[in-house]
Structures are given as C-alpha cells and as structure tokens.
Design a protein around this ligand. Structure first.
Ligand code: PEP
Ligand code: MG
Length: 932
C-alpha cells in the first residue's frame, strides 16, 4: 500500500539506517497515558496526542463516569513507528508491560492467568473519529488455558468459549490477515461458523452451545494455520504486542486512506491505541451492550436515541448482524429499568460536560453500567442546524462551538432534493412501495439499482445515478457509497456501518429493510413479490425509510422552496428557522465578505437569498450565447475590417446593456465586478461543416471564407492563447462596446433612483502595461457615457490575478489596479502547468498516492498557488494600502480554501450561489481560529 507517511518514513529511515539498526525512542518522551481510579494522566483537551477516544476516556474518568481502566499509547508513538520503518520505538514494550501491571493492580485481575483473567480490548483512536475504518480487538489475553479458567470462574463455559471464538476471529482477521479475498466472497470465519451452525442445527449464533463453540475455536485455529502457515499465538503479551502493531498498521489500510482523503484528515496525525480492561455484555441475560446518541442524529430531535442488544458484545451492534432494540424500551424492561435511569443521567451529564451531542458506547455487565467511549456525534446537516439552534438556546453549547463543529460542506445537504409531492403520491397509490426500512439518512434518491461498489463507481463515472443495495455494508464499500445517490441495506440498525457513514456523507440511506432479499449471485433484489434486477430503476426515501420500485421525480428541498422558489413562507419551515439562526451566528463572526459569481439577474437574486453582498464575477461571455445574439457575435468575429466589427458590435450593445441593467437592478445598490471578454474567439464559432454552411448563408459569405476564418482562429493551446486582455488589446472595439454597455446601463439604473457600483475587471493580466492599456480605454469610454447621459457614476477598475507573472509583479500592477480578484482556476493551471480541462484523467490517482492532498482545482494548493496569492497580497497592499482583494475562482466555495483566504487577508470570497451557505460558515470558522 502506497502512502505518504509510509513513503516518507521509509525514505527517512533508509537514509538514517546505515549504521544504526536500533529503533529510536519516541520523540514525545512520554509514550503512555493511564486512565483509572488510581491515576488519570490525560484529559479531554489532549486529542492531538491521545486521539479523540483516549482523550475522552480520560475526561469521562475525570468526571467520575464508570469507565473501565486502561491506558492510551500516543499518536506520537504511531508517527515514530512509521518513521522507524514500522518498528516500535525503543522501550515501548517494557512500558506497555509496566502499565499492564498497573492495570492488574487496579482491577485485581491477572493478565494471562486462568482463574481471574484480566482481558483487554485494543482499539484505534485518531484525533478525529474515523468510524469503522481502523481495527479493534476484544477479549485479548484468552488462550487455550485462560479460557478454561474463565469458564470455571464465571461458571459459564458458553460465555468463555464465545469470548474466545470472537477473539480468535478478530485477531485472525486483523492481525494475521485472514480475510475474504474478493468482494463477493463471504468472510472466511463467518463461513466456518455458518457451516458449523448448519451441522449442529443452530439457528442463531446464540444457539451454539459451549461444546459447539469449543469446536468452532478449533476450526478457526485450523483456518488460520491453513491460510497463514502460523499457529495462533498463545502468549498474551505476544498477542498484545501484535494487536498494537496491527492497530498502527490499520492507519495505512486502504479504507482508512480513502476516508482521510475524503475528510481531509492529514496522514501525519497517526492513531493512538487504547488498551482497556474488558467488561462483558455477553455474560448472560442481565448483560447488554449498546450505542446511543444524546439526541437523534438524523433529525436533531431532543430524544434519547440508541439501541441495545441483550447478551452481546459491542461489535454485534455496530456490525448490524442482529437487529437491536431501541434504548427507550429499556425503561420497560424489568432487568434493565434501573440501569436505564442511570443512563438518562449519563446522557444529561455528557451534554453538559462535553457541550455537544454525544455518541457513546456502553456495556452492562450484570446490571452494572460501564462507559466505553464517547465522542461528538456525527449528524446530518438537518440535525446539525437543529441541534446547534436548540443547544445554543438551552445554553448547553457555545455559539462558537456551534460554528466550529460544523462541516460546512454538509450544508449542501439541506439543499438536496426531496421527492416531488405529486409523483411520490402517485407512486404510493400505484402500490410501488415495496417495503419500509429504517430512515437512516434523510433525502430522496432515485437511480439505477446496483449491488457492488465497483458497479456503482463505474456507472457514476459514466454520469448515471445509482442506488447501491447491499445486505449490509462494510468499509470496503466506501467508494461505492461515495459514488451512489443513495444506499439501501437489508440488514442492520440505525448505528450500522451503512447508517453511520451515509449520515456523515449526507447520503440518502435506508437501512435494515428486512423484507428485501438481495441475491448477489443472481443480481436481483426481491421484495413484496417483485424482483428488480441490476440496472432497474429504484427510489428510496431516507426520511421515511420507504423503498419504491421505479423512478420518482425529485423536487426542491424545503430551504429552496423558502429561499428560491418562494413557494413556502419562512415561518412555515422549521428547517429554514434553524438554518437562518446558524447563518446569523456565522455572520456575527465572519470577517470575510461574501460575493457571488453570477451572470443573470435570476442568479443574482438567488445569491442574495443565500447571503451574497455583491457580485465577485460576471463572466460577460456567457451572455453572448443567449437567443440569436450569437449571430451578431459571429458576424463580429468573421469581419475582417474594424468598421465591420464595429457594426456587428453595435448589434450586441443593446443586449449587453439590457443584461447589465437587469443585474444592477437585482443588486439593489450592491457592488458588481464585471469582467470584460475572456475566452478565445474560436469558442464562439461553429466547427462542423454544416453549421459553417448555415452561418455563411446567414452572413452572406462563402462557406470557404467561414471555414478559412475558423481555421485561422484555431489554437493549439487555447488556455494560453489569444484570450483575456489580449483580445481587448488586439480588438479595442470589443472592450469599448462592453464598457459602454456597462456604463449606459449603470446610468439608466442610477437615473431611476437605484444605486449602482460597477467594478470593471480586466482578465489575464501579466504585464502592467496590458492593464494600463485597458484601463485607459475604460476611463475614456466611461467619461464619454457620463458626459452623454449627465450621470456621474462611481466605479473602480481592477484586474484578475490569474497568471504567475501577475502575482509576482503585483506591486507594479497595483499602481493601476484599484482591486485584485484572484482567478484561482487559471492561477492553478498556470502555476501547476496542469490543464484545468483534462487533468481529471490522472488527478484521482495522484490523490490516492498522496501526491496531492486533494484536487487542486477544487481545493486550493495553499503551498504553491497560495504562496503566489500571499506574494500578490503583500505587494499589492504595499503599493496601494486600501486595494480591495477577493477571489472568484471555484475555490471561493470550498471551505478549506475559504479558511486560507481569510488568513491570507482577502476582503471577500466569491462563489456560485448554492455554495454561499458553505462559504459563509467556513468564513466564520476561519475567524474563530480554524486553520487550513
Ligand atoms: C479563474 O480563472 O479563476 C476565473 C474565475 O476565471 P475563468 O474560470 O472564467 O477563467
Ligand atoms: Mg480565468
């Protein structure tokens, strides 16, 4: 597996390894932190070093919640492990041993001793939680001898052998690598178990007797020996060391890497390892295990939300193998009613102490409650806005945390489609609802049915919408889940892998639709007497759990109905109320201004509804494609003499003037940065023979003349060709027409009493003299129009900074420019020497290899392109202290880039209307100290 960390480390270690084979000691000094009644070394603030899980275990211990004692091996040790060529730092094993002794003292149990065995869990724990992406091992310390002791001590042989078989299974999988070898193969351990169940006539796992489980352990051992050639380790300390190494190793497994790429978690963070004394939820019917959220993570409702399984271990809940019961039912269960009361108190304390919704795991061992972990709960965007709104009002959450804890990108979920009401009602009436599963990720999805992650990716790449259906998902399905519109599973609860991951990604998800039968081999999904095949249309409603055959039209989200279509009143929409509460909070904190990239009055109105304070970029060329304007444009391009060009431009002028008038009116006095023509002229002429003939007829030219002109305009590298200000310099009459149209429109609108603030922007400037040329022209035409109309217009003239020379000579350029707007689309392609149009063929691979952290055209390359921006900002301000600075490349709507723009000192970001809520929140996060 290739990886940045792995590669960097091996390069480093080979350079240093020549004379020195001994592993180095951890650079952090202290490698292990203990949490328990005897001492508690860490606390909740130490997430970078102890990982999220380790820090919160320490914090829960500190506030007196019942946490089984244990210790955390720091993330720094993981970093050192990779720096050392995957070897433990010096002294780690001895330290682990001494902390195991401390645990023995506190628990009064012995590691590796049969009668009173100390058993351990070993879990990963990165700074940000990465659910299900890394490995966990439970019941460590069991071997052929200790299992007998455990059976005798508990008087429960079934429990002892069930624990042992789980341990062997997990250890065999995670540490010894006995796994399925391709996507549709069953898990080899599950297969062995299914066979045995069949032989002994057991229906459920719980029907297996102690003898059957003993036999199962034997068969697992054989499987491991057969697959790996090795025996299962019997020495508990060897087991522990193997498990710690495997958890470090899992930081670099493929699914963890994919997850980090998606959520921009740096490889360099590493994972901590938490070693904790085991408690058991599977010792009998007065034991249970569960996961719960202090509020509903799908809707944000203030209800205790979770699930538990009686006589089970934690992994059973998350794996979705058995369908658990809702936590609320515990209150009516005579065995657990008391524990439930205790859990309710824990719920309250957690929210108060951690200041956010908590997602926690618990185990009940013989009616005694233990807390195994807690973390801020991942939630849908809907739940995010509701919870932030409610908890801030209840004074349980600080407004700052409400902003900082958000994933700005997820806000786009609130704009996601819902089913079109009429079509949905018709589909239901026609009996197309096949079944109802659990509503695990809200929203409406419709598309072609697929059964594998690979197929989902393949079709999505071809532009198709797909719904991925699996019996249950595992982290291997991650790529397919990213590609799909929605996810459907036939097994598992609301905390199953599918539900957790979908919620976080904002994917529509229906989980645990038990009536659905999926047959991978046949490629069919059957339910309610109907059978759908791969490729058939299917729809799912992640807000209600319904699964429908066929397509159902989708419609605007409630937020769009309030803000854009205005078919709903703000007061009638709770979602809108929560959303606007958060946006107001964000506005209170953010320093960056917000503008939009818009070319029509309609877009401007949308953008204002989303919070835009002006236009950061109008691409005037988009206006030339509407209606029959393109004819006049082509006439202008085909003209060989200036006179003829001016005549054609005269036809375009009124169109442009009307466009600008509409935009100025929609802006109601807000500023508008309008860019003069940028693309090369060949983009406007037809390239196929038939269209050229038609054009020749229209313009009364010979087809050959048209063909010749089109050929003359052909460019080998149009992105670096005759475009931007180079056009206006070659054909000043084009710029003159555009500037005239802007000022005539401005004068007209101003005369009618509406304020106007035009800002003329010159594209693709690399030399100050290019800018001087176009600025002089602009001032000349502006003066003429002002004189003709008698209207004095306040305006600015500035430039885009989008090629490296422009950035490097920004001090000179600022002598003329009154503002800069960073065109980071072009600045990225020219800085990287990488075309923005065809780099998609290799960039995903680059991201996988860690050569780039993210697609640099989507998320700013802050090191390279960002450095040029920084130079331009400093130099620009040196010449002109009050120069206005903004960004209008696609990066203006990317949270990571927005944070960078704040720190580099821009005045505003500009992005497409629908990205504005995202940019708005990211800008507030930056102001509150978030770094990029
Ligand atoms: C840019 O280059 O970033 C920009 C905004 O201009 P365009 O995308 O139109 O080239
Ligand atoms: Mg550009």
């Amino acid at each position: 597996m290739a990886s940045t960390l792995g590669k960097k480390s091996s390069a480093k270690s080979s350079a240093k390894s020549s004379g020195k084979k001994e592993p180095r000691a951890s650079r952090s000094g202290r490698m292990i932190y203990y949490f328990g009644a005897k001492k508690c070394d860490g606390d909740g603030t130490m997430k970078p070093l102890l990982g999220g899980k380790g820090a919160n275990l320490a914090q829960m211990t500190k506030i007196g919640l019942p946490v089984p004692p244990g210790f955390t091996i720091t993330t720094q040790v993981c970093i050192d492990y990779y720096d050392n060529g995957k070897k433990f730092p010096k002294g780690l094993e001895e330290e682990i041993a001494s902390y195991v002794r401390l645990l023995e003292k506190e628990t009064g149990k012995k590691f590796g001793e049969g009668g009173n065995a100390l058993l351990l869990s070993v879990r990963s724990g990165a700074r940000d939680s990465m659910p299900g992406m890394m490995d966990t091992i439970l019941n460590l310390g069991l071997n052929d001898e200790t299992v007998k002791g455990l059976a005798a001590a508990t008087g429960n042989a079934r429990f002892a052998y069930d624990s042992y078989r789980r341990f062997v299974q997990m250890y065999g999988d995670v540490v010894m690598g006995v796994q399925k070898r391709h996507e549709n193969e069953h898990d080899p351990f599950e297969e062995v178990m299914e066979k045995l169940k069949h032989e002994v006539g057991a229906h459920n796992d719980t029907d297996l007797t102690a003898d059957a489980l003993r036999e199962l352990v034997k068969r697992y051992m054989q499987l491991i020996k057969q697959r790996t050639g090795k025996n299962f380790p019997q020495d508990p300390f060897d087991q522990l060391i193997g498990a710690v190494g495997a958890v470090f190793g899992s930081w670099m497994n493929e699914r963890a890497i994919i997850y980090r790429r998606k959520y921009k978690i740096p490889d360099e963070w590493g994972t901590a390892v938490n070693v904790q004394s085991m408690v058991f939820g599977n010792m009998g019917d007065d034991c249970a295990t569960g996961v719960a959220f202090t509020r509903d993570p799908a809707t944000g409702e203030d209800v205790f939300y979770g699930e538990y399984l009686v006589n089970a271990q934690g992994e059973d809940v998350v794996a979705g193998v058995r369908t658990p019961k809702p936590v609320a039912e515990m209150a009516n269960d005579p065995v657990f009613a008391g524990t439930y009361k205790q859990l309710e108190k824990v719920r309250e304390r957690l929210e108060k102490k951690f200041g956010d919704v908590q997602d926690f795991e618990f185990t009940i061992e013989k009616k005694k409650l233990y807390m195994l972990q807690t973390r801020h709960g991942k939630r849908t965007a809907l739940a995010y806005v509701k919870i932030a709104h409610d908890m801030v009002k209840q004074k349980l959450m600080t407004p700052e945390h409400a902003i900082q804890s958000a994933d700005p990108d997820a806000l786009s979920q609130l704009l996601a489609p819902v089913f079109d009401r009429a079509d949905y009602a018709a589909a239901k009436k026609a009996g197309r609802v096949l079944t109802t599963g659990l509503a695990a990720g809200p929203g409406a999805a419709t598309g072609q049915l697929v059964f594998t992650a690979a197929k989902a990716e393949e079709l999505a790449r071809a532009g198709k919408k797909v719904v991925l259906a699996r019996v249950e998902t595992s982290p291997e399905d991650l790529r397919g889940m990213i590609a799909a519109e929605g996810i459907l599973t036939s097994r598992g609860g609301v905390s199953s892998h599918a539900a957790l991951v979908a919620r976080q990604m904002g994917k529509v998800c229906v989980a645990g639709a038990g009536a659905v039968q999926i047959d991978y081999a046949k490629g069919t999904l059957s339910c309610a007497g109907q059978t759908l095949r791969e490729g058939d249309a299917i729809s799912i409603n992640g807000s209600t759990g319904e699964v429908l055959a066929g397509n159902v039209k989708t419609a605007d989200s409630e937020l769009l109905q309030v803000l854009i279509a205005r078919t709903m009143k703000p007061d009638d929409s709770d979602v809108y109320q929560y959303y606007s509460f958060i946006m107001k909070l964000a506005d209170k904190h953010r320093k960056l201004g917000l503008r939009t990239n818009a070319d029509t009055p309609e877009q401007v109105r949308q953008a204002i509804a989303f919070g835009a304070e002006g236009i950061g970029l109008t691409r005037t060329e988009h206006m030339f494609f509407e209606g029959d304007r393109i004819d006049a444009m082509r006439e202008m391009i085909l003209a060989t003499k200036e006179e003829a060009r001016r005549e054609a431009l005269g036809k375009l002028l009124p169109y442009q003037r009307d466009d600008f008038e509409g935009i100025f009116r929609a802006l109601e006095g807000r500023p508008a940065t309008i860019r003069l023509l940028d693309p090369p002229l060949h983009e406007f002429v037809p390239h196929d023979a038939k269209a050229q003939e038609d054009l020749a007829k229209k313009l009364k030219l010979s087809p050959d003349a048209v063909k010749a002109r089109v050929e003359a305009l052909h460019e080998f590298n149009p992105m670096l060709g005759h475009r931007g200000c180079r056009l206006g310099i070659s054909y000043p009459e084009i710029s003159e027409m555009q500037v005239r149209a802007i000022f005539e429109a401005a004068a007209k609108v101003q005369k009618s009493g509406v304020k106007v603030r035009p800002e003329i922007m010159i594209p693709l400037v690399g030399f100050r003299k290019e800018l001087d040329n176009q600025v002089e022209l602009t001032h000349k035409v502006a003066a003429q129009v002002q004189k003709e109309t008698g209207e004095k217009i306040k305006y600015l003239v500035g430039t885009m900074i989008e090629i490296p020379r422009g950035a490097l000579t920004a001090d000179d350029i600022a002598e003329t420019a009154e503002f800069f707007s960073f065109g980071t689309n072009d600045l990225t392609q020219t800085t990287l020497g990488m075309s923005r149009d065809d780099s998609a063929s290799f960039l995903p691979h680059y991201a996988e290899l860690g050569i780039v952290k993210a697609n640099p055209f989507a998320s700013l390359d802050t090191t390279g392109v960002g450095q040029l921006m920084q130079i331009a900002v400093e130099k620009g301000r040196k010449t002109r202290k009050d120069i206005k600075l903004g960004i209008c490349g696609e990066h203006g709507g990317d949270p990571h880039s927005v944070v960078f723009c704040h720190h580099v000192g821009l005045d505003y970001v500009s992005c497409s209307p629908f990205r504005l809520p995202v940019a708005r929140l990211a800008a507030a996060q930056a102001a509150l100290g978030k770094t990029y």
